[in-house]
Design a protein around this ligand. Structure first.
Ligand code: ADP
Ligand code: MG
Length: 367
């Protein structure tokens, strides 16, 4: 089901005593979420992700704006009538019920024409349990399950009603690292198999990038950028998005554009098609460096980490705004570790310029 948000805004009274101004947790969202996709809603803690999700589920009422499910305006529709499946970070299962009873629970509440017989409920619960591969544990209590298994039960309980929209709020945060990796692949598979439009909230950029068809990056209640993960990574609209995506993170330098060239300190990095002279932030992805003894950018060599497939060169530069520079190069390179300096050429498509004040991207020909 397609979901459309129009000028959606949610304000809260400020929790800090003495502060009059409201917190704008969701600020004028305008977005169309296509049917059948897995959407990653991504941003740092406190940026408004949960608020956005709770507006969609109906648990919160917007201050202004509208929500459409398909062509229907659901802004004033109560949560229980929205046909939405919800999964939270803490699994919130009923401890005294078995797995089967937990999954069947939403079906017991169906009324009127939708009402099911006990046998039908059992069948649907089993179907959902099979989808999340928990069907062999149907008679256990939640306390007899691992965290990952409990989260699968929560997922089965959310999809047993075949919702038109599935909302997941940091569903993997309580799982350990290995289980998190495995479960996110599972989520992808389940979403593919069911085709349910799914919005997946996380503060973990890698998690969002790895499984989403589309990501929405937000900061302080405001949508910064929407797009396919690779497209957003390859072309961030501002310094915040550039810094938020990627591990290791993008390297940021204080630079200057003058006489058709980009300068970092005393080094001319490349030519740029930009009039006049101005100070800029220069973002260079870790994979954007080529080792070259005559390279344009000179840095103080601090260390080399050999990772098998590639090498991380760690170096320093007085113009760096992000601490030590991490450059990832192929392991076929040899780094002269006896030298104090290391020189790089920079791949133009891995380099982005941003305005020093607004931190917005400066689009121009680089190379
Ligand atoms: P996230 O899920 O991205 O961590 P939230 O949506 O939980 O962020 O919160 C966004 C902002 O709204 C935060 O500043 C938070 O303190 C504030 N906020 C959330 N819920 C309430 C509330 N019920 N009352 C007041 N402020 C709230
Ligand atoms: Mg949250």
């Amino acid at each position: 089901m397609k979901v459309v948000l129009q000028n959606l805004t949610k304000k809260f009274p400020n929790r800090n005593k003495g502060v009059r101004s409201d917190v704008i947790a969701v600020n004028d969202f305008n977005i169309e979420i296509p049917d059948g996709q897995l959407i990653g809603l991504l941003g740092p803690s406190g940026c408004g992700k949960s608020t956005a999700l709770n507006l969609l589920s109906g648990l919160l009422k917007p201050t202004s704006g509208k929500i459409f499910f398909g062509e229907d305006d659901v802004t004033d529709l109560p949560a229980e009538n929205r046909g939405v499946g919800l999964v939270f970070q803490n699994y919130a299962l009923y401890p005294h019920l078995t797995v089967r009873q937990n999954i069947m629970f939403p079906l017991e509440n169906l009324k009127g024409a939708a009402k099911l017989s006990k046998a039908q409920m059992q069948e649907k619960a089993l179907e959902a349990a099979k989808l999340v591969q928990i069907h062999e544990l149907m008679d256990r209590k939640p306390s007899e399950l691992s965290g990952g298994q409990q989260q699968r039960v929560a997922l089965a309980r959310a999809i047993v009603i075949r919702p038109d929209l599935l909302l997941l709020d940091e569903p993997l945060s309580n799982l350990d690292a290995r289980l998190r990796l495995q479960t996110r692949e599972e989520l992808r598979r389940i979403q593919h198999e069911t085709g349910i439009t799914t919005i997946f909230v996380t503060h973990d950029q890698e998690e969002a990038m790895s499984i989403s068809d589309m990501i929405i990056v937000m900061k302080e209640g405001v949508i910064q950028q929407v797009g396919r993960p690779q497209d957003v990574y390859d072309s961030p609209v501002n310094l915040f998005v550039a810094k938020f995506l990627g591990t290791p993170p993008i390297n940021v330098f204080s630079g200057e554009v003058k006489d058709g060239g980009l300068w970092i300190g005393g080094d001319k990095i490349c030519s740029v098609k930009l009039e006049g002279s101005r100070a800029v932030w220069v973002g260079i992805r870790p994979e954007g460096f080529d080792l070259d003894e005559n390279g344009a950018l000179s840095c103080a060599l601090a260390g080399v980490e050999v990772m098998g497939r590639d090498i991380t060169v760690i170096s320093n530069n007085a113009m760096s705004d992000s601490g030590a520079i991490r450059s990832i190069i192929s392991a076929e390179n040899r780094v002269d570790t006896s030298s104090d300096t290391v020189r790089f050429n920079v791949k133009p498509y891995k380099l982005f310029l941003f305005d020093k004040e607004t931190e917005e991207r400066i689009y121009c020909e680089i190379g």
